[in-house]
Write a protein that binds this ligand. Structure first.
Ligand code: URA
Length: 434
C-alpha cells in the first residue's frame, strides 16, 4: 500500500477500504506518514466526504490507535453524555451527579476549554484541590464506590485523534462531518461506555452554525455508534445564546450548585432534565422519558444530586465545602455592569462574542498553554425574549485584568434588541433516537 495512491483515490472521489484507512491512521500515528501527506488526505476528505462505512472504519482505526478503557470492572450499564461544545455549558456537572444519585454509573472523560468554548475539566479545577488526572485503576474504583468520576483523557487514549485534530486545526479541515464525527466517536468508543447521548449544539456559539448541519452530524454519529454496537442517541440544542446565565469557570460552578439546589435558569434546567431523562431510559432505569424526567427532577430538588456532586469533588481530592458554601469562591477584582442603551426585546445574544469576551476577560484560553483566571467571566442578567428598558442591566463582566474597556464594549454589542416582542426559543429542538 502507498500513501500517495490513497490520497489520489480519495481526491478523485474513490471509496477507501477498511485496511487502507487503517494503514493511513496507523502510519500517521506512529510517524511513518508525514504531516504534509496527511494534510493532503484530510483536504481530500474535506472536499470528497466519506460514506458511512468509511467513517465507521475511520472511527474504529482511531479508537484502536491507543488504549481502550476497560470498564468491565464497573457494575451496571455505564452511560456517557457528550456535548459538541459551547458557551456556558456546565451540563455535565448536573447530569452526572443526578444520574449517579439514581444509581447509574457515570465514568466520564472530559476536555478543557479552547477559544470561545469552555471545558468541564477547567470548571472542576476551579474548586480548590480537585484532581482530574487519576489512574485507570482509581477511576474504576471511584465509579464503583461513588457512582461518578470525571477525569481528563490520558495520552494513551486515541492518540490518532490528538495528532489529527492538531493538524486539522492548522489546515482548515476541522469543519468536515466525517472528520468531526470520527473524532468524537473514536474517543467515546475508546472510553468504553455502553450508552452515549450526544448533545449536538447549533448556532453562533457552536461548531455547527445551523440546525441542518447539526442534524447531519448527529445522524452520522448515531449511525457510527449503532454500527459499533453502542446505544447512541442525540439531541439538537440551541447555542445561539449562552446556556443559563453564567459563563466562566467558578461562575458556572456556582450556577451548577444553585441548579442542584433547585434554583437553576430555565433553559439550563430544561436541558439537564431532558438529557437526564433520555439517559435514564438508556440506562434501563426508566421505562419512558416522562418517568426519567420525574426521577431527575426529584434528584435536582431533594439534595441528592448536590450530595453526589460534593462526593465527586471529595473523591477527587477537592474541597467539597465549596459545594455547600459557594460564597467561598473568590470574586474577581472588577465587576463591571453593562446596561441597555434603549428599550426593546432581546432578539439575539451573540454567543461567539460572549464566549470570546469571556475568554478575553481571563476565563478562557487562546492557546492550549494559556493560564485561566477561574473567577473571571460574564453573568447575563437577561436572556433572548426578555424585555429591557434603557438603563436595565444586560450582564456583569468579571475580571482581574485592568485593560478591560475594549472587551466590555464588544460584549455590550453582543446584545441585539428589537421593538417587536420575541418568543422565548426552546433549548432542545430535536431528539434523534436512531
Ligand atoms: N470535538 C471533537 O472532539 N472533535 C472535533 O473534530 C470537533 C469537536
Amino acid at each position: 500500500m502507498n500513501t500517495y495512491d490513497l490520497i489520489m483515490k480519495k481526491r478523485n472521489g474513490g471509496i477507501l477500504e477498511k485496511d487502507e484507512i487503517t494503514y493511513l491512521v496507523d502510519g500517521f500515528t506512529n510517524g511513518k506518514i508525514p504531516d504534509y501527506q496527511m494534510s493532503a488526505f484530510l483536504m481530500a476528505v474535506y472536499f470528497q466526504g466519506m460514506n458511512d462505512e468509511e467513517t465507521t472504519n475511520l472511527t474504529m482505526a482511531m479508537a484502536d490507535s491507543g488504549d481502550r478503557l476497560d470498564l468491565s470492572g464497573i457494575n451496571g450499564r455505564k452511560v456517557d453524555k457528550h456535548s459538541t461544545g459551547g458557551v456556558g455549558d456546565k451540563t455535565s456537572l448536573i447530569v452526572g451527579p443526578i444520574l449517579a444519585s439514581l444509581g447509574v454509573p457515570v465514568a466520564k472523560m472530559s476536555g478543557r476549554g479552547l477559544g470561545h468554548t469552555g471545558g468541564t475539566l477547567d470548571k472542576l479545577e476551579s474548586i480548590p484541590g480537585t484532581q482530574i488526572y487519576i489512574s485507570q485503576e482509581d477511576f474504576i474504583k471511584q465509579v464503583n464506590e461513588v457512582g461518578l468520576a470525571i477525569i481528563g483523557q490520558t495520552a494513551h487514549i486515541d492518540p490518532a485523534d490528538k495528532k489529527l485534530y492538531a493538524l486539522r486545526d492548522v489546515t482548515a479541515t476541522v469543519e468536515s462531518i466525517p472528520l468531526i464525527a470520527s473524532s468524537i466517536m473514536s474517543k467515546k468508543l475508546a472510553s468504553g461506555s455502553d450508552a452515549i447521548l450526544l448533545d449536538v449544539k447549533f448556532g453562533s456559539g457552536a461548531f455547527m452554525k445551523n440546525i441542518d448541519k447539526a442534524r447531519e452530524l448527529a445522524l452520522e454519529m448515531v449511525k457510527i455508534g449503532k454500527n459499533l454496537g453502542r446505544d447512541t442517541r442525540a439531541i439538537l440544542t440551541d447555542m445561539d445564546q449562552p446556556l443559563g446565565f453564567a459563563v466562566g469557570n467558578s461562575l458556572e460552578v456556582k450556577e451548577a450548585i444553585a441548579t442542584l439546589n433547585g434554583h437553576g435558569p430555565k433553559d439550563f434546567v430544561e436541558l439537564c432534565l431532558g438529557a437526564a431523562s433520555i439517559l435514564l431510559t438508556q440506562a434501563g432505569l426508566a421505562k419512558t422519558k416522562e418517568e426519567g424526567r420525574a426521577m431527575a427532577e426529584k434528584a435536582m430538588h431533594d439534595g441528592s444530586g448536590l450530595a453526589k456532586l460534593a462526593a465527586l469533588i471529595k473523591a477527587q481530592h477537592g474541597d467539597e465545602s465549596y459545594i455547600y458554601h459557594p460564597e467561598k469562591f473568590p470574586l474577581a477584582k472588577h465587576i463591571i455592569p453593562v446596561y441597555a442603551k434603549e428599550d426593546g426585546y432581546i432578539k439575539r445574544i451573540d454567543c461567539l462574542s460572549i464566549g470570546l469576551g469571556a475568554m478575553k476577560l481571563g476565563a478562557g484560553r487562546e492557546r492550549m498553554d494559556d493560564v485561566i483566571d477561574m473567577a473571571s467571566g460574564i453573568v447575563l442578567a437577561k436572556k433572548v425574549g426578555d424585555f429591557v428598558k434603557a438603563g436595565d442591566k444586560l450582564c456583569e463582566c468579571h475580571t482581574n485584568k485592568e485593560d478591560y474597556q475594549e472587551v466590555i464594549a464588544e460584549i455590550g454589542d453582543a446584545f441585539i434588541l428589537t421593538k417587536e416582542s420575541f418568543p422565548y426559543p426552546p433549548i432542545i429542538h430535536e431528539v434523534i433516537e436512531g
